[in-house]
Design a protein around this ligand. Sequence first.
Ligand SMILES: Cc1cc2nc3c(=O)[nH]c(=O)nc-3n(C[C@H](O)[C@H](O)[C@H](O)COP(=O)(O)O)c2cc1C
Length: 371
Amino acid sequence: MKQIMMLLAALLLTCSASDGDAKAENTQALANMGKTLIVYYSYTGNCEAIVNSLASQITADQLEIQPAEKGLRYEANNYTLGAQLLNAIKANPNDASSYPTIDPVSVTLDNYQNVIIVTPLWWSQMAAIMQTYLFNNSAQMAGKHLALIVSSHSSGISGVVSDAQRLLPNVTWAGEALWINASNHSNRALLITNWLTTQNFQTSNDMPKQLHITIGGVTKTAMLVSNSSTEALVAQLQQGDITYEAHDYGNFEKVGDLGYSFPQNNEQITTVPGDIILYQGSNLCIYYDTNSWNFTRIGWLNGMTQADIKQWVNAGGGNVSVTLSLNGRTTACRQVRVDETKSQAYTPAGTVATAGTKGIVIQNGKKIIIR
Ligand SMILES: Cc1cc2nc3c(=O)[nH]c(=O)nc-3n(C[C@H](O)[C@H](O)[C@H](O)COP(=O)(O)O)c2cc1C
């Protein structure tokens, strides 16, 4: 119903403004847009027609998902086979072997900030072939802005939206999905024009370039490199700060488990003091000396000497609480990650609480007020 209201609103909107105005607005908005990929699967050609309309309105690359079993693309509707494929996924959605095989895909998602998925609805769910692609690429999609267009004969699309959310837990949705069905398919160009104005796509300038790191109440700034790992980290930080406990390792780093798993972009790196590195997708290392390993660069600390860094992280001095934030004003109360097996309490600034500490402290993941 919400979708129908949106479409009605979009149509009313277009009645009051000329087509030319709406298109001009889209052109203006999309000129600033980051690089965009349209991913689609089309069984009987309707989604392909939608993609053609979409591609005439925005600048985007296209990727058609092809099932390894070619009958799923070129033959007439096969509802029985469709139901079998969906039932296999439903029975075991976390097992890759439950998903129908698709042809290998050569497109690297790293190159795109926005992805628009165009998929048919099957039995009120997302078509199984598109589910395979999203399942296989869930980690690579993390941090991107996603939009969804669903084509059905007449069924509502809430089941497809749920499938998309299950398969892509770490993305930012650009707005509500667009539903195109048999009764409005011929009007798709106009529906897409208006829907595009409702989508909050990522612009190339959106990506924050700095990460603020607070240890012992002192906040330092790191410059972020641009890769899918930092995009995913930034997307997570947009939901709230991350606080974790870090320990010394190898006399060269302060490292701790972030409590989240991010995409890896591993390369052989010889660190220098100040490097910020992601290890195995979930451990963040602040380097105060040299090490050589295959891991992911996140960024580097701005303008700090080795002595400054060692003092700040309390090198060799045991565990510290570290808070990562995008704006430097920590909100550690919202998303604190401390070792729950220990009863150590921390202040919102990330320092260890002592007997005299008053106000809010975080202990075993819970916020406590000490008066
Ligand atoms: C296996 C299968 C199941 C379908 N189930 C539904 C359904 O439950 N409700 C509906 O309205 N349309 C259903 N459809 C119709 C498609 O959603 C619709 O024709 C869509 O536009 C197809 O897009 P395509 O031509 O790009 O493959 C189904 C189609 C197939 C092949």
